[in-house]
Design a protein around this ligand. Structure first.
Ligand code: FCB
Length: 457
């Protein structure tokens, strides 16, 4: 491998999610998800935007797949909408929903693009919210496993790469947060931090039971991954003492020790449990074994990390606040931390001691203030700067022998950015929402060249 080259089998991809792009929210038998209800509630989403139409991908998927093929994208990560397949969350299967994803996947395969399907990217059926409060109930794990089985048995002949759940932290800890008005559906403010942790514990159980269900239902052997956005801790300097501090701090940073750690190691971090005290979730006998399923890959959604340094006093490390002038992209949380790619990968392999586990960057990208110029182009050099530096960090991880196998840019196109509606653009393709025209940005052409050269250009 030459210095600037990726391995010959490196998987270059792009990612999206159902609610963010599909639209057709009330068509062909689909019933509402919690995001339909949430976004229809005044004050929840910026400018009152909803995913009712989004990028109209449901009707335009052929054009979108063609666009991907033209850019040379070889792998596509999309999500399947639970309420399109099981409109009531459980029970009767909506054949029109199955048909849509079969057609989408057939179109991808015809263009030589490998499908990677996420089973849950936040759009849980409203029916289950009404029935038992979604993730507040342990029952959801059974329903999710049933859904996984329905999908794997009907689509497993053409999809061999499965991702169970996207970013447990976001739809549990931000969806049920106790201190702020939650910016994520369903937006329920529960009574205690313990109840919040119980929702993420239920999501971990759902992940574990879905892994088992997929293995049983898939007609052929397949690859199963969990996708998580744990926050990497970054040493302020790469010296042994600061690296050790970053590794120690990893377990108690945000929800790392209570989501990615039990999923990949079979145990919640003892340091985190001690910090949580009475707010730790109830863990029933056998739960950890269900949660700790064998995985074929791990998906790391990589945006920002946090810097850490070693200190003399207990606990031996300290988190460093971002100074007000620290470079940031067009989201309040999107600090420019390209080191987070390398360290995220290394933490999975080393800190969580899973060097055996192949890793994919399943999302990486940024929102910037895109403008169309007089020639009808979007020259997003800020996005190119961001992607180039994160990819260099990915390349460093590969060169040091860490098992990074592929990379999916977030996102193929601008889309419904949750509580920010259409105000924030993460795409390498510009979407004109009035006409649904797609305009590949400069970053899309740049990315296409990287794929062609199998290198950072
Ligand atoms: C991630 C989500 C994805 C998108 C990006 C910007 O947290 O998985 O849907 O919103 O952030």
């Amino acid at each position: 491998m030459q210095h600037d080259q990726f391995p010959a089998d490196f998987a270059w991809g792009a990612a999206t999610a159902a609610y963010q792009i599909e639209g057709a929210a009330t068509q062909a038998g689909r019933k509402p998800s919690v995001w339909d209800s949430f976004s229809a509630t005044p004050g929840r989403v910026l400018n009152g935007d909803t995913g009712a139409v989004a990028c109209d991908h449901y009707h335009r998927y052929k054009e979108d797949v063609k666009l991907m093929a033209a850019l040379g994208i070889k792998h596509y990560r999309f999500s399947i909408s639970w309420p399109r397949i099981l409109p009531d969350g459980r029970g009767a299967v909506n054949q029109a929903g199955i048909d849509f994803y079969q057609q989408l996947v057939d179109c991808l395969l015809a263009h030589d693009i490998t499908p990677h399907a996420t089973l849950f990217h936040w759009d849980s059926p409203q029916a289950l919210e009404d029935r038992y409060g979604s993730w507040r109930s342990r029952e959801i794990a059974n329903d999710f496993a049933e859904y996984a089985s329905v999908v794997a048995s009907r689509l497993g002949d053409r999809i061999q790469h499965w991702m169970t759940i996207n970013e447990i932290f976001c739809f549990t800890h931000i969806g049920y947060g106790v201190e702020q008005v939650p910016p994520h559906a369903p937006g329920t403010v529960v009574d205690s931090l313990k109840e919040v942790w119980q929702t993420s514990h239920h999501a971990l159980l759902a992940h574990g039971m879905a892994c088992q269900a997929i293995r049983t239902a898939s007609p052929v052997p397949c690859s199963i991954a969990l996708v998580d956005n744990f926050v990497p801790t970054l040493p302020i300097a790469e010296t042994p003492e600061h690296i050790a501090a970053a590794q120690q701090a990893f377990h108690v940073n945000g929800t790392n020790g209570g989501i990615v750690e039990p999923a990949l190691t079979g145990a919640y971090s003892p340091a985190l449990l001690e910090q949580l005290g009475p707010n730790a979730p109830d863990i029933a006998e056998g739960d950890l074994a269900i949660i700790h399923q064998p995985l074929d890959a791990f998906g790391f959604n990589n945006y920002s990390g946090v810097y850490v340094r070693a200190i003399d006093q207990a606990p031996g490390y300290e988190f460093i606040d971002f100074p007000t002038s620290y470079p940031k992209l067009h989201m309040p949380w999107l600090f420019f931390t390209p080191d987070s790619t390398y360290w995220g990968i290394r933490h999975v392999s080393e800190t969580l001691q899973r060097p055996d586990l192949p890793i994919y960057i399943t999302e990486n990208g940024c929102a910037v203030e895109d403008k169309i110029n007089a020639n009808g182009e979007v020259l997003d050099i800020d996005r190119i700067l961001f992607l180039r530096h994160y990819l260099r960090s990915a390349q460093r991880a590969i060169q040091e022998g860490y098992p990074l196998k592929g990379y999916f840019v977030w996102s193929l196109m601008d889309n419904f950015e949750w509580a920010w509606g259409y105000d924030r653009r993460f795409g390498i393709t510009y979407v004109d929402y009035a006409t649904q025209q797609r305009i590949p940005k400069a970053s899309a052409h740049w990315y296409a060249t990287c794929i062609r050269e199998n290198a950072i250009v």
